[in-house]
Structures are given as structure tokens and as C-alpha cells.
Design a protein around this ligand. Structure first.
Ligand code: 13P
Length: 250
């Protein structure tokens, strides 16, 4: 049995004092879990988060990185800038970046490749909109996101990648996919990976569910066989709620 990987995506939330308070509250609450715990914090909180979590079981991630090592890319952060301060993970291609900042499957692939080359573990997000689901295009959208977004990713590289299935209609809406909907969609995503990499590699791949996951619904979702963890937005901003998600699966 795989353990679960539970990642908090703080998005653009928490000032310095709030970040420190939340991390300090979280440390004792998650210390006994067998699951992997990650917090993906804003760039400005990364150094502090790495320092505060040193010697604990909490890992730190960023929420984006660029594909170039340096240069005239105002506002971007290179992968090596993250690894040099002790960051281990990075979210790539979140639907908010795809819809508000022009992220495409192609830029997702570039960022993922660069993150891997620098030694980061990417959490690559995919997921369909409500319109795509309702018009019967969910499978084709997910297939495209996997085929294009992982185009020249090798099986060895895939070993260091986490995939997050986040249906856009469930993000920040309070509408969670049912346990079965999430399990079925992730099962489908795994089958697309299996076609490319073989069943064994696909079975090993960690695929998280994300979208209004919280302390109340985590146990049901995490007990589904296809769901290897969660990427948590709103509920990751409250130590009590996030720790309950972390501890929901023994
Ligand atoms: P919510 O948990 O707030 O719906 O956000 C999910 C998400 O986008 C995590 O990346």
C-alpha cells in the first residue's frame, strides 16, 4: 500500500506573521503521520517555511517556477533559486495559472522539465472545467493535458513527479467531486499514463485529488483506491483542518 501525499496550496495567502503562526501550529499536529506532508507557500514565505520546518516531517514547496536558469524574465523565479534555499517541491500548471496567466500544456512541460533538472519534485496539475465535463469532453481534455504536458518526460523522470487531478469546477467552490467521481477520473488519468509508460509505472505514480477537499470529506476521498493524496487549498490555511486531512488516512 502506498502512503498518501498531502500538500497544502496556500495560494496568495498569509502574511509573514500568519505564515509563522500556521506552521508552528501545524508541526505538532502532523508529526505522527505516515503520510507525506507538503506546504506550498508564497515565494516570500519560502525561506521562513524551510527554516521553521527543519527537522520536522513537513516539506516545503513553491507554487510555480520558470524554465530558464536566469535572464531577462521579470517577475519569474528559476528552479535553482528554489533548491538553493531548501525548497523540495513545486506546483506546476495549476488551473489558476492556466486560466489567469496563460499557462499552456507546453509551458507546463517546459517548467516541469526545468524543475526536474534542478532536483525539484513537481506537482503537476490537470483537470477539466465544468463546461468540458458537461459537454462530454472530460476524457479528451485530461488525455490532452497528459499527452501534451508530459510529452518528453521519461519514466525515470515520472518517478519524481506527483500529478494532481483538480477538476476546475471543484476548486474553491465548496463543491467537491464525489468519492466515486474523483476515483473514476483519477483511474482514467492513470490509464492514460499506463498507455504511455506501462501499467507498472502508472501504478507507482502518485495522483492526488484537489478541489474543496477538507477535514470533513478527506477520509472518504483518501480511502478510494485510485486517490493517492490531496492538494488542499482553503482548508490548508487552518492548522486544525489541514492536520485533520493529513491524519485522515492512517
Ligand atoms: P480548494 O481546496 O480551496 O478548493 O483549492 C484546491 C486547489 O486549487 C489546490 O491547489
Amino acid at each position: 500500500m502506498k502512503n498518501k501525499i498531502i500538500a497544502g496550496n496556500w495560494k496568495m495567502n498569509n502574511n509573514r506573521a500568519q505564515a509563522i503562526e500556521l506552521i508552528n501550529q501545524l508541526i505538532p499536529l502532523v508529526k505522527d503521520t505516515n503520510n507525506t506532508v507538503i506546504i506550498c507557500v508564497p515565494f516570500t514565505d519560502l525561506c521562513k517555511a524551510v527554516k521553521l520546518t527543519k527537522g520536522t516531517n513537513i516539506h516545503v514547496g513553491a507554487q510555480n517556477c520558470h524554465w530558464k536558469e536566469s535572464g531577462a524574465y521579470t517577475g519569474e523565479i528559476a528552479p535553482s533559486m528554489l533548491t538553493e534555499i531548501g525548497v523540495e517541491y513545486v506546483i506546476i500548471g495549476h488551473s489558476e495559472r492556466r486560466s489567469y496567466f496563460g499557462e499552456t500544456d507546453q509551458t507546463v512541460l517546459l517548467r516541469t522539465k526545468a524543475a526536474l533538472a534542478a532536483g525539484l519534485k513537481p506537482i503537476v496539475c490537470i483537470g477539466e472545467t465544468l463546461e468540458e465535463r458537461n459537454s462530454g469532453n472530460m476524457e479528451s481534455v485530461l488525455t490532452r493535458q497528459v499527452v501534451e504536458g508530459f510529452k518528453d518526460i521519461s519514466a525515470e523522470e515520472l518517478d519524481n513527479i506527483i500529478v494532481a487531478y483538480e477538476p476546475v469546477w471543484a476548486i474553491g467552490t465548496g463543491v467537491t467531486a464525489t468519492d466515486e467521481q474523483a476515483n473514476d477520473a483519477i483511474g482514467f488519468v492513470r490509464s492514460v499514463f499506463a498507455q504511455k509508460y506501462g501499467q507498472e509505472v502508472a501504478n507507482k505514480l502518485y495522483i492526488q485529488y484537489g478541489g474543496s477537499m477538507n477535514d470533513k470529506n478527506a477520509q472518504g476521498l483518501l480511502s478510494m483506491p485510485q486517490i493517492d493524496g490531496g492538494l488542499i487549498g482553503g482548508a490548508s490555511l487552518v492548522a486544525d483542518k489541514f492536520s485533520k486531512v493529513v491524519n485522515a488516512h492512517k
